[in-house]
Design a binder for this molecule. Structure first.
Ligand SMILES: Cc1ncc(COP(=O)(O)O)c(C=O)c1O
Length: 363
């Protein structure tokens, strides 16, 4: 089966997805309703958070979380240079100024030293991004935030099921944001979830995502006490989330196994560095760095093996352009970094075939 395509990632529809969608359709209720509430409860329980609020995407979740803690015009929000651009765009959407900072070379997460240097009297929030499920240095970040009266909103888009010192990532800051986009462990098409232990933040989030309504409205003579927007999930999406949630544990186990197989089989190739994943962390995707990144990606593609090149550093994107010299780590590392095939649908045989091809490429 040498030519079987090995995907970098692929979502999978489960029989339970159909069952839950049938429930939504049979109830003739496709807006946000009981299934969304059930999905929120499942996620809150899973990560051990007091509240969960479903949204249309993780981008919306970050935006709403920023608004809920009062971030707005004139505020600065510190964000890492290595992230999917959504993190930074969400800050823009909230009307605040994103302040990009460099990353840590071992985790590719936000650098604590860089945060310290970037804080000004205008700093209102920090958004650590748990890149590919690796936790940012949350103790240090929470400590800095406390001392400077700054909110921490976790971008946990890639960290569902990943823990840090015994607690789930996403539950450590004022709010944590998850994504259910197609390349995530639970894929509802589009979708996101905010988790928080703060009653105060939670009370703001619901009206914020529903045109200022604290409870589900009628669309008619509702009272809108605050300004809000429409970032509600629908029960059709929640149905898919619930269907896939039934398979969450086995998916996470498989992703972990993928990483372990790569770590074991690639450890002797000195030309390639595997970014570590701690035992309690959940590698959303396995990532590596090599000077021959582009050649390796092309070679693997020729063998019917899909990889994904890392994002460009945000400071190299036109809307956020800044000089490379401000970001020595991300400028050097991201162009060398690559995500290997990491889907939970892969078998041991698939991962070992990728490892064999990588060995053939380097040796
Ligand atoms: C780190 C990170 N932040 C934010 C997002 C945005 O998530 P969504 O596509 O659900 O808006 C993603 C998803 O791609 C991501 O990987």
């Amino acid at each position: 089966m040498e030519n079987k395509k090995i995907p970098w990632w692929q979502p999978q529809v489960e029989k339970e997805d159909y069952e839950f969608i049938k429930r939504a359709l049979d109830a003739n209720f496709v807006n946000e309703g009981p299934l969304t509430e059930e999905f929120e409860k499942k996620i809150a329980y899973f990560v051990g958070a007091k509240h969960a609020v479903a949204t249309t995407s993780c981008t919306a979740a970050i935006f709403l979380s920023l608004k809920a803690v009062g971030v707005g015009q004139g505020d600065e929000v510190i964000v890492p240079d290595a992230t999917f651009i959504a993190t930074v765009n969400a800050v823009e959407l909230a009307g605040a100024k994103p302040v990009l900072v460099d990353i840590d070379p071992e985790t590719l997460a936000i650098s604590v030293e860089a945060i310290k240097k970037a804080i000004t009297p205008k700093t209102k929030a920090i958004i650590p991004v748990h890149v590919t499920g690796r936790g940012a240095n949350m103790e240090a970040i929470l400590d800095i935030a406390k001392k400077n009266n700054i909110f921490v909103i976790e971008d946990a888009a890639e960290a569902l099921g990943s823990k840090h010192k015994g607690k789930f990532l996403g539950t450590l800051g004022s709010a944590g944001c998850f994504s259910f986009a197609a390349n995530k462990t639970l894929a509802t098409g589009q979708g996101g979830m905010i988790v928080t232990d703060s009653d105060e933040v939670f009370k703001k989030l619901r009206p914020l995502k529903d045109h200022g309504r604290p409870v589900h409205g009628t669309g008619g003579d509702d009272t809108h006490d605050t300004i809000g927007y429409n970032f509600r999930m629908t029960d059709l999406q929640a149905a898919v989330g619930l269907g896939q949630f039934a398979h969450l544990k086995e998916r996470l186990q498989r992703m972990k196994k993928n990483y372990q197989l790569y770590a074991e089989n690639l450890k002797d190739i000195k030309e390639i560095k595997i970014f570590h994943s701690r035992s309690e962390e959940m590698p959303q995707w396995t990532d590596v760095a090599t000077d021959k990144r582009d050649e390796l990606e092309k070679y693997l593609r020729g063998k019917n093996i899909d990889c994904r090149k890392y994002w460009h550093p945000i400071h190299r994107q036109l809307p956020y352009k800044l000089p490379d010299e401000n970001f020595p780590v991300s400028s050097a590392l991201l162009p060398k970094s690559l995500w290997l095939p990491s889907a939970f649908t892969l078998t041991d045989e698939d991962v070992l075939r990728v490892c064999d091809e990588i060995k053939k490429f380097f040796w």
